[in-house]
Unconditional design. Structure first.
Ligand SMILES: Cc1cc2nc3c(=O)[nH]c(=O)nc-3n(C[C@H](O)[C@H](O)[C@H](O)COP(=O)(O)OP(=O)(O)OC[C@H]3O[C@@H](n4cnc5c(N)ncnc54)[C@H](O)[C@@H]3O)c2cc1C
Ligand SMILES: Cc1cc2nc3c(=O)[nH]c(=O)nc-3n(C[C@H](O)[C@H](O)[C@H](O)COP(=O)(O)O)c2cc1C
Length: 786
């Protein structure tokens, strides 16, 4: 085949050499506009895993790279006068020039034609090529030419960064953070040869503008950065090698994705590779890794399908399918890491103490979990866990390891939870005339024995009219109080869990069927419906639900009085914790969301107005709820509908409740409008808990798809929330907390004394499973080495 690679970066060169090595008869040319030894950029990093991959595919280049690269394990943080270091992270750094020179030399040795200082005008100049590789980088001309086919999606991010170098040598991948009068700057620092270190400086656009850096030339920018990072640099100079860039040389990262990766131009097949088709933010330094792996996959496909023109269409289709999955996964991780650096100045730098800031930074891509950090550096994680436990008020003797974060206690007002796991409220629809029954005693009792620190009962409705279904429990009659007291007493007598009651009014979602009867969930009762109250008149299910009545001032007073009476009863019943349900489209939530509140009086319009009634209820409840007991507020932190509540609004909502005396925000989302388009995934609502906790400065509960100890530990350790609520996993397993403790080998976890025989058995089963998994992993690693 005749192959032309337009662009002699890592992807074009590596693909050329792999193809020539596999099939020397190929006629391969690489066209590069720069001189052979002339290239932008300082060092690039990639992981040990990429090196392993290169070793398999061309041992010779891998060996040369290995000789030239700098390997390091440690990550060091410098912030607020502290230096924190952890190990086991395994990176490889190499000068971009050096890398390209190795690849160029290997290409020449194999017989690839390298044409330097030639600007390719386009694919049409190579009509006799069977295959044209568009490896022409982020500003790919070929991608632009065929943009109707490739459909590129390019997002320009708000942070500004400048790519600098220094001769000061650092022995760890270092992140340094400095605050100015206008905000925080961060630097990403890594050595890539025995003389030089890459030094990227980054900050938000508004901080950059406030310092007038948009007006600064390169010298002035360098002088600014040298002064700002003087402590880190220890007197060393910074330098640029981007003289070709005009203006300030501060860039915005562009994230590139393409819908289609290849086309046929009438003569040749044209395919995008490397930065031309996808970019990954330098926060996880993987652009080169992706470029190299594109080359490996495409060359491998030719190896297995044949080295002839006729296989090209099938090979290119498969290349796109295969690479798209890996690239998207990496781009997602890179996106998380990039966003972390975009918001860290506002969200984490001032708020988190050094060790927790380090933890948050290390887990920024959300690919590295708590147990993964333990594998990387058990000593550092052990110290971190001790720091966390100490802050939780737990005195752990020096000779004993501290418990993982989820097993540390948490105190709010006069209530101390033995650990950070909460059984999230879950409607069971089995109450009779608003009274919980033996079913609730058994259901909640079992979960109290199951190890969680706080067990919430399902929403208790403040009136018969406020019930979601006829099967929902309430707190509006003396018999309800007695039934709840029986449950609270049992939990307190038989376990050391605390008992929480969630108070709510179903609003426009009331008077509906229990899920397994009639029309099912959210559908009005076949008969015996009662009128609905809400912020405004609307149907939750358009054309199906009853239409709610907009509450009058009298209605509001009456409902407030019901909340107050229910709160008094919850206290008398012995609940330790109260939660006000202001989420999921129920009555109080209907006031907060602009999708359901269309009032034109003082309770509608601005967010402050929409919050007025829910805050009135909150304050009235707080007045009668004992000072020593906490109240959390559950909100829908995202309506997932254009024009609805956004996570930024949720911060304002949380601030308002905090000011009114709320102790904690339970960060749920959605269920306000049927038009919602939620984006589900592991821990998908945790970003809301994180943002609210840092920006509104109030403790939070994270909830939603938290299904393993590893999830809970990483959320708590990074300070993304103070408690983790777990719902559906508790339906399957009342003893979720005990099970997860055994699964991760946390054996100090106490069990109810009558269950202790089960504890030993479960712990040894999981221990065996862990040992087997470790053994399997070790043999897989040995097999890969061989
Ligand atoms: C400043 C900077 C720092 C980076 N740091 C890292 C890092 O630390 N780790 C990491 O993994 N990645 C890093 N990257 C990303 C990394 O450089 C790229 O992801 C990687 O080089 C992509 O390889 P590529 O071959 O696709 O494109 P490139 O390396 O961009 O190569 C494209 C080549 O095509 C040439 N070219 C373009 N158009 C034409 C034309 N019309 N005719 C002839 N030649 C042409 C260009 O001169 C260039 O040499 C960095 C990128 C930049 C810009
Ligand atoms: C059967 C069921 C009933 C629920 N009832 C309530 C409820 O009464 N009050 C409430 O705030 N959330 C309720 N939820 C939502 C859960 O508390 C939780 O926020 C949600 O299920 C996400 O957590 P998970 O992914 O751990 O299940 C319910 C969820 C389920 C599955």
């Amino acid at each position: 085949m005749k192959i032309v690679c337009i662009g002699g970066g890592p992807s074009g060169l590596y693909f050329a050499l792999l193809m020539k090595q596999a099939h020397p008869a190929h006629d391969i040319t690489v066209i590069e506009r720069n001189k052979p030894y002339d290239t932008f950029g300082w060092g690039v990093v990639f992981s040990d895993a990429t090196m392993d991959n290169m070793r398999i595919h061309d041992p010779q280049t891998a060996a040369e790279i290995q000789q030239a690269f700098n390997h390091w394990d440690d990550i060091e943080l410098e912030i607020k006068g502290q230096r924190i270091r952890s190990g086991g992270h395994g990176f490889v750094g190499i000068g971009r020039k050096k890398l390209l020179n190795i690849l160029q030399a290997r290409c020449e040795e194999l017989g690839v034609k390298l044409v330097f200082e030639m600007e390719a005008q386009g694919d049409q100049d190579y009509p006799d090529a069977d295959l044209i590789i568009a490896s022409d980088g982020i500003n790919s001309r070929i991608r632009s030419k065929y943009q109707d086919v490739f459909k590129p999606d390019i997002v320009v991010r708000p942070n500004r960064y400048i790519w600098l170098g220094t001769h000061k040598l650092f022995d760890a991948f270092t992140f340094a953070f400095e605050k100015t009068e206008h905000g925080w700057f961060q630097s990403h620092i890594y050595k890539f040869d025995d003389k030089t270190t890459t030094f990227i400086v980054e900050c938000p656009e508004h901080v950059w503008l406030a310092h007038g850096l948009d007006q600064a030339d390169q010298e002035q920018s360098i002088a600014f950065c040298e002064q700002l990072f003087a402590k880190t640099l220890g007197g060393a100079k910074l330098m640029t090698n981007a003289r070709h860039l005009r203006g300030s040389a501060w860039l915005n990262f562009q994230r590139v994705k393409c819908e289609q990766w290849h086309t046929f131009n009438g003569n040749s097949h044209v395919v995008l590779m490397g930065d031309a088709v996808h970019t990954a933010h330098f926060a996880i330094g993987s652009g080169t890794k992706l470029a190299i792996e594109d080359a490996i996959v495409l060359a491998n496909l030719f190896r297995s399908h044949g080295q002839t023109r006729d296989v090209i269409p099938g090979v290119l289709a498969q290349y796109q399918t295969e690479r798209n999955v890996d690239v998207l996964r990496l781009q997602n991780a890179a996106w998380n890491a990039m966003e972390w650096f975009e918001v860290c100045g506002e969200r984490y730098c001032d708020q988190l103490d050094g060790p927790q800031f380090m933890y948050s930074m290390l887990t920024r891509s959300q690919r590295i979990s708590h147990e993964n950090l333990r594998l990387r550096d058990a000593r550092w994680l052990g110290e971190f866990e001790r720091w966390f436990a100490d802050r939780a008020g737990l005195a752990v003797p020096a000779e004993r390891p501290a418990p993982p974060p989820m097993f540390t206690p948490y105190t709010l007002r006069d209530v101390t939870l033995k650990n950070r796991i909460v059984v999230s409220p879950m409607a069971q629809y089995l109450a009779v005339d608003g009274a919980p029954t033996d079913y609730h005693l058994v259901h909640l009792g079992a979960r109290a024995l199951g190890g969680a620190g706080l067990v919430f009962a399902e929403m208790a409705c403040v009136s018969a009219q406020g019930r979601i279904t006829p099967g929902c429990p309430g707190l509006y009659a003396p018999e309800h109080l007695a039934a709840w007291r029986r449950i609270a007493d049992w939990i307190h007598a038989q376990s050391d869990a605390k008992f929480g009651i969630q108070l709510g009014h179903a609003g426009a979602k009331a008077s509906t069927c229990v899920p397994w009867e009639g029309g099912g969930i959210d559908h009005p009762l076949p008969e015996g419906n009662w009128p609905l109250l809400a912020a405004s008149g609307y149907q939750y299910l358009e054309g199906v639900s009853q239409t709610s009545q907009a509450m009058t001032r009298e209605d509001m007073d009456a409902v407030t009085a019901q909340f107050v009476a229910a709160a008094r009863m919850a206290d008398e019943a012995g609940a330790d914790w109260l939660e006000l349900h202001c989420a999921h489209g129920y009555l109080l939530s209907s006031f907060i969301s602009p999708l359901t509140n269309t009032r034109s009086d003082a309770y509608g319009g601005s967010l402050a107005n929409r919050l007025r009634y829910p805050l009135e209820v909150f304050r009235a409840v707080r007045r009668v709820w004992p000072q020593g007991k906490p109240i959390s507020v559950r909100i829908s932190a995202h309506d997932w509908v254009e024009g609805g509540i956004t996570p930024a609004d949720a911060v304002a909502v949380a601030r308002a409740f905090k000011e009114a005396g709320a102790d904690m925000i339970d960060c749920s989302s959605g269920q306000v409008s049927k038009k919602e388009k939620p984006v589900y995934g592991r821990m998908f609502q945790t970003p809301f808990a994180d943002r609210i906790r840092q920006e509104a400065g109030i403790p939070t509960i994270a909830v939603g798809a938290i299904s393993e100890a590893d999830h809970a530990n990483s959320i708590l350790a990074a300070g993304r929330a103070d408690l983790c609520a777990v719902a559906r996993p508790h339906l399957a397993n009342p003893a979720w907390t005990l099970t997860e403790a055994a699964k991760i080998g946390y054996t100090p976890q106490p069990w109810p004394k009558q269950y202790r025989a089960g504890k030993q058995q479960m712990e040894s089963i999981f221990q065996r499973e862990r040992a087997q998994a470790a053994q399997a992993q070790a043999s897989a690693a040995r097999a890969a080495e061989a």
